[in-house]
Design a protein around this ligand. Structure first.
Ligand SMILES: *Cc1c(COP(=O)(O)O)cnc(C)c1O
Length: 394
């Protein structure tokens, strides 16, 4: 049996005619830059996320970059983030002239550890106060500990840029005067950054991204910067770039957005199947550690937070051997991420402190992503678990 890590065919097939019609309409309209499809998607994504505005951009990477630019972050500034994420999180920081400061992760959620963050922010506040922003990543589709992160951001007066590239629709329980309110990724920080890369839960037919924000003035700056800072056309009070979202992507994404909730449910159902089969096979706990959501602040919140499972990540001993074994058995799997950001070659020429982040480094050695896309069959999931069982019982 073949089990690809991701198969986009079963998602595209039923929507193919509708998408072809919509793309044809954009072609026939000759409106090829921004326009009504982009504006429509911006409103729909903002409202889906519970944010005031959305600004369509060329990719998730550019969403991060333009957010930093709009917040005036650059040369001499530091941005606090996680060393265990996709490269773009750090790349965008360095491209503005700022530098990343890393903080270790929580061993259970793989997300930035707010207590370690608190220490770094306190140290910075006693010294030069160079940290201007926190960039938490909602890794694999699960929100970082936003309640505590927002509290720290207020205390140390730094901005929060949510890297929500893997987490559109993920929810986090916030304690308010009215009780617990579930907030969606991208609606909690100063900006939320989304990617429509084809492998994300909401993926286009190419690159695309979106920035969400609740601050109208910031939305205006983002809108201007994605278009070379031109206001009006050919008059530039600030320097932006060409970070515009393509209307062909926007029209496809609008169609797909209406199915997103049911796709999330499919991924969540599959995660439950994995849990069941791993338990039945006796692998759960040892040697296989399954993904878990534990938030100290909300022990009673249903499901702790709403995970959209962009990736289903297990931790295992002999990870690389298991990976090769699964590949031999036609099971797709991947390592996210084999090397932490502080260990990347490109940092060697920069003057970075050589600290270690043991929790992140261990995650990079042990984690393995299994297929989780919504249309997987029970038989496929069972085959993945049986194959892992046979690897550890050879
Ligand atoms: C995918 C991703 C990005 C970048 O998005 P692109 O659209 O590929 O530029 C940024 N951060 C994280 C965590 C991602 O997973």
């Amino acid at each position: 049996m073949k089990v690809p890590l991701l198969d986009l065919q079963p998602q595209m097939q039923p929507l193919r005619e509708e998408i072809l019609t919509a793309v044809t309409a954009v072609i026939d309209s000759t409106r090829y830059i921004l326009g009504p499809e982009v504006a429509g998607l911006e409103d729909e994504v903002a409202s889906y996320c519970g944010a005031h505005s959305g600004v369509g951009v060329s990719s998730g990477t550019d969403a991060l970059l333009v957010s930093l630019m709009a917040l005036g972050i650059g040369q001499g500034d530091l941005v606090l983030t996680t060393p265990y994420t996709f490269f773009a999180t750090m790349g965008s920081i360095i491209r503005t002239g700022a530098m990343p400061v890393f903080c270790d992760i929580d061993p259970v959620s793989f997300n930035i550890d707010p207590e370690a963050m608190a220490e770094i922010l306190e140290e910075d506040a006693r010294g030069e106060r160079r940290i201007r922003a926190i960039m938490p990543v909602h890794l694999f589709g699960q929100c970082a500990a936003m309640e505590r992160i927002l509290e720290l951001a207020r205390r140390y007066e730094v901005a929060v840029i949510e890297d929500a590239a893997q987490a559109i629709g993920a929810e986090y329980p916030m304690m308010t005067e009215q009780g617990v309110v579930w907030k969606r990724a991208g609606s909690m920080g100063d900006t939320g950054c989304f990617s429509f890369f084809p492998s994300k839960n909401l993926g286009g037919i190419g690159d695309g991204g979106m920035v969400t924000t609740n601050e109208p003035a910031l939305a205006g700056r983002l809108r201007s910067l994605r278009n070379h800072g031109a206001e009006p056309k050919y008059f530039h009070a600030s320097i932006g770039g060409n970070f515009r979202l393509d209307p062909i992507q926007a029209t496809v994404l609008r169609i797909k957005l209406s199915h997103l909730e049911s796709w999330h449910q499919g991924r969540r159902r599959n995660s439950e199947k994995y849990r069941q089969y791993f338990s039945d096979s006796g692998l759960n706990g040892s040697p296989v550690q399954l993904p878990e959501a534990v938030y100290r602040d909300f022990p009673d919140a249903a499901d702790h937070n709403f995970h959209i499972y962009n990736q289903f990540i297990i931790r295992v001993p002999r990870r690389d051997e298991l990976r090769a074994y699964l590949q031999e058995h036609e099971i797709g799997c991947e390592v996210y991420y084999p090397l932490c950001l502080h260990q990347q070659e490109c940092l060697k020429s920069l003057d970075m402190s050589t600290r270690h982040f043991p929790v992140a480094e261990q995650a990079a050695r042990e984690s393995l992503a299994l297929p989780i896309y919504p249309e997987l069959s029970d038989a496929q999931i069972q085959y993945v678990v049986e194959t892992i069982h046979s690897f550890y019982h050879r």
